[in-house]
Design a protein around this ligand. Structure first.
Ligand code: AQP
Length: 338
């Protein structure tokens, strides 16, 4: 059975969104709004799995509004897409519990993001961070989502969502009840790397603010961060193959291509043999031109937090109307008397 196409995606309000969030996911969300129904969620329940969101109630509420403003400023239209925060729709947590019982420890043990985020201190991590991919599966499948636009770093979690859907369908003998959601990973910058280390992904939780460009950075800060971005001493290569083994050069070229909406080969050809200093000046101008309108719109939206709350409340009502009947069916399938 073919399930109706439906997009679901979300971001954690753990900090201000950055260029990686924008190019890896948000830019694609905006495009998909014209292709199929979309639900875009501020996943505040995921945010408390990490120290950055945990036990900072005021900061979490402010970040939830700020991320909502970033979605809208980047082009998510709340009249077209359903825009809401996760904790307002209880079905996410309800379905996550069922998936906690469908998922296997061995599956979670393989998740590389958990290993990267916890490093040598696994014992100190929250259980929520460990089971994060099961809540993510519930986020998507509570609506029978079929398409999930994300950055490359989320591919493994998406595969786990598919495994969960498949195991639920097979364990409860309800073939095709849940769709197997597909990752939508497109664009020239599906994995934007840190500006300080081309082998690490750009991340909200990186201690160094110079590792990322925040969507709220002003013109001077953007230019300065790009000028200070780590590079190697050689000029830019004249072919894409020449980017191999040069992660910082590759990252900056990818960012340029994604911001300019051009393919990487043409950017490499344009800057072949040029010095990084020249290239960085042009990249800074391009970044400012693309990101400053988003920052300005965010400031305008954040001046009226009541309007942001109104959008979130209205989105949550629409989301609940979709999730409630699916959750009711799940309860029946599982055998919960209700
Ligand atoms: N560096 C990146 N390049 C491309 N895409 C990225 N995404 C995140 N970082 C990059 C995509 O942004 C979406 C939101 O991710 P998230 O907020 O759920 O958390 P995350 O993936 O863990 O992102 P961060 O920035 O690293 O946050 P923290 O530090 O809070 O964990 C996802 O679609 C992700 O693929």
């Amino acid at each position: 059975m073919a399930h109706p196409q439906l997009v679901f995606s979300g971001m954690q309000p753990t900090n201000v969104l950055h260029l990686g969030n924008y190019l890896g996911a948000l830019k694609n969300w905006v495009k998909l709004q014209d292709e199929m129904p979309c639900l875009y969620c501020v996943v505040d329940m995921h945010a408390i799995t990490q120290d950055t969101g945990y036990r900072h109630p005021k900061e979490l509420a402010a970040a939830t509004r700020e991320v909502t403003a970033a979605y809208i400023a980047a082009g998510v239209n709340p009249n077209k897409s359903i825009l809401f925060n996760q904790s307002r729709v209880a079905e996410h947590a309800e379905l996550a519990w069922v998936f906690n019982c469908v998922g296997r420890l061995g599956w979670l043990d393989r998740m590389t993001q958990f290993k990267e985020k916890t490093g040598k201190h696994k014992e100190r991590a929250s259980v929520g961070l460990y089971t994060y991919p099961l809540l993510m599966a519930a986020d998507i499948l509570a609506y029978k989502g079929t398409h999930v636009p994300v950055g490359e770093d989320q591919r493994q979690h998406l595969e786990l969502s598919r495994d969960i859907a498949q195991k639920f369908n097979s364990d409860y003998e309800v073939p095709d009840f849940f769709p197997l959601p597909e990752p939508v990973i497109t664009g020239a910058a599906t994995r934007v790397m840190s500006l300080r280390d081309g082998t690490k992904k750009m991340s909200k939780s990186d201690e160094s603010d110079y590792s990322r460009i925040n969507l709220t950075d002003d013109t001077d800060t953007i230019a300065q961060k790009i000028r200070k971005a780590r590079t190697d001493p050689n000029p830019l290569p004249d072919s894409e193959e020449g980017l191999e083994g040069r992660p910082e050069a590759e990252n900056l070229i990818n960012i340029y291509a994604a911001l300019a909406d051009e393919n990487r080969a043409s950017i490499v050809a344009r800057f072949a043999g040029r010095q990084f200093s020249e290239f960085k000046n042009e990249l800074a101008d391009l970044s400012v031109a693309k990101l400053q309108p988003i920052a300005a719109e965010m400031r305008r939206l954040l001046a009226d937090p009541a309007e942001i709350d109104r959008i979130l409340v209205s989105g949550a009502e629409k989301a609940r109307a979709l999730a409630a009947p699916i959750m009711a069916e799940v309860k029946q399938i599982v055998g919960f008397v209700s």
